[in-house]
Design a protein around this ligand. Structure first.
Ligand code: BGP
Length: 478
């Protein structure tokens, strides 16, 4: 067996997003954003899938877990000290747009918001932890959703460019690694999260989603341009939710169907953001789905001129496809679709666990794009049990992570250039899709529960000590 080795400067760490852990939703001059109006609990998935969601807060009807998150806003020092204790080299986090521009469309930023992230970056610097910053992670300011219809509106390009430029100027000496939009290709599945709009009906959903995506592509290129002008050594990446698509069997019709899904879901965004042009297959796909993009003069040149420097990705599962699916087969699929794969087990939330799929993903992406890759999300959402002595023995999480880290090691051996690994939810936080606290990913347990109760106390799980050793040995001890 080949001995797996990781590059010397490999960026081991963890990942979070502002809206899922900060709390302080109405402090420091922050405006409301999308996450502030999403209810907690399993109902969230229904809400984000439905058409015509009204974005009002109704506390008599729902719990809003993102309002206080896990209170990172007040406890970031304690949390960063714990990350440092694990030996993190990098910490992926996001900036809440509505802390910097409370409505999103102001001309001047909110100084208190900017000062908060200065403190976070300074704290990370104290321990030599490199921040990896997502500029937009499912937290579009609510005002932009209500007044402009989210990313369907071209005006958001200007607002985003202004916001990103403010960040680059302010943090130019503190942040080198930037990601423009979280899981950009997930937008067509759940437009509300990435694009900040709830489709009026299924017919307009695809048209509006791809138009919104086009606006984000333009905004991302403008950010790459500004970022490199302001921070010469900046590394600016795109961020994809990547799930390799397998054909259910060797029936060529199913293989072709899987290929088409792979092209549109996995590659369209990467092709635009890395290669700088819409792929050739997009033409037919757009035509067959009545998608007519409004592309302004100069857009295509801009995309060509300012591609990203690297690709970051989230990886949780693969997807198995068949051209014709029964309703029963569909119901057993993953969050992102497909049907059940008979060779895989699934998490308690039905996400199929497939470490080999990560190796396949990294090979696919590197073969296609030949730019460095960075796994910025991966992990197991699970129910944890606190024992009477306070310990949490999350061996299932360790097993999951170990197998995925091995798969990355194999991919490196295959020739893939991999910059780092920041596993998702290094500290327990609010789930993005289900809005639950009980869906935990962390090495650090947080005493907060689905009904909003809890002390917010932090404690170390068994995986905390395991990951610390993985980092200390640069992946040699798994
Ligand atoms: C990704 C998101 C994250 C995160 C993660 C886990 O799609 O970028 O924000 O939450 O998935 O998903 P969940 O929280 O739904 O378990």
């Amino acid at each position: 067996m080949t001995k797996l080795t990781f590059p010397e400067n490999f960026l081991w760490g963890g990942a979070t997003a502002a809206n899922q852990l900060e709390g302080g939703y109405n402090e420091g001059g922050k405006g409301l954003n999308l996450a502030d109006v999403l209810p907690g609990g399993k109902i969230r998935l229904e809400v984000i899938a439905q058409t015509g969601f009204d974005f009002e807060i109704d506390k008599s009807k729902y719990v809003y877990p993102n309002h206080d998150g896990i209170d990172f806003y007040h406890r970031y020092k304690e949390d960063i000290a714990l990350f440092a204790e694990m030996g993190f080299k990098a910490y992926r986090m996001s900036i809440a747009w509505s802390r910097i521009f409370p409505n999103g469309d102001e001309l001047e930023p909110n100084e208190e918001g900017l000062a908060f992230y200065d403190k976070v970056f300074d704290e990370l610097a104290k321990y030599g932890i490199e921040p990896v910053v997502t500029i937009s992670h499912y937290e579009t300011p609510l005002h932009l959703i209500k007044e402009y219809g989210g990313w369907r509106s071209r005006e958001l390009v200007t607002f985003f460019e202004r916001y990103a430029t403010v960040l680059f100027k302010r943090y130019k000496d503190k942040v080198k690694y930037w990601l423009t939009f979280n899981e950009i290709n997930g937008a067509t599945h759940m437009p509300i999260l990435g694009l900040g709009f709830s489709p009026e009906n299924q017919e307009t959903k695809l048209q509006d989603s791809f138009q919104g995506l086009h606006h984000q592509f333009v905004a991302s290129s403008l950010a790459v341009k500004a970022g490199h002008e302001i921070i010469p050594d900046a590394q600016i990446g795109c961020m994809l939710i990547y799930a390799p698509v397998y054909a259910f069997d060797s029936n060529p019709e199913n293989i072709l169907h899987a290929l088409k899904e792979e092209q549109v879901f996995n590659y369209l965004c990467g092709d635009v953001q890395v290669r700088g042009a819409y792929p050739t297959f997009a033409k037919r796909y757009f035509k067959e789905n009545n998608i007519n993009l409004k592309i302004e003069d100069g857009d295509l040149e801009l995309l060509k001129q300012y591609p990203v420097d690297f690709i970051s990705l989230s990886y949780y599962m693969s997807r198995t496809e068949k051209k014709v699916k029964t309703d029963e087969e569909k119901a057993q699929g993953n969050l992102i679709g497909g049907i059940k794969n008979p060779f895989l087990n699934a998490s308690e939330w039905g996400w199929e666990i497939d470490p080999t799929g990560l190796r396949i993903s990294l090979n696919n992406l590197y073969d296609r794009y030949q730019v460095p890759l960075f796994v910025v999300e991966n992990g197991l959402g699970a129910y944890d049990k606190v024992e009477e002595d306070g310990s949490i023995n999350d061996d299932y999480r360790i097993d999951y992570l170990r197998e995925h880290i091995k798969a990355m090691g194999e991919a490196i051996e295959d020739g893939v250039e991999l910059m780092g690994y920041t596993s998702w939810g290094c500290i327990d936080l609010v789930s993005a899709s289900s809005g639950e606290m009980s869906k935990r990913y962390g090495y650090i347990y947080v005493d907060k529960h689905d009904d909003g109760s809890g002390t917010f106390d932090r404690s170390k799980k068994k995986s905390f000590y395991w990951y610390k050793d993985v980092i200390a040995t640069n992946g040699a001890n798994l």
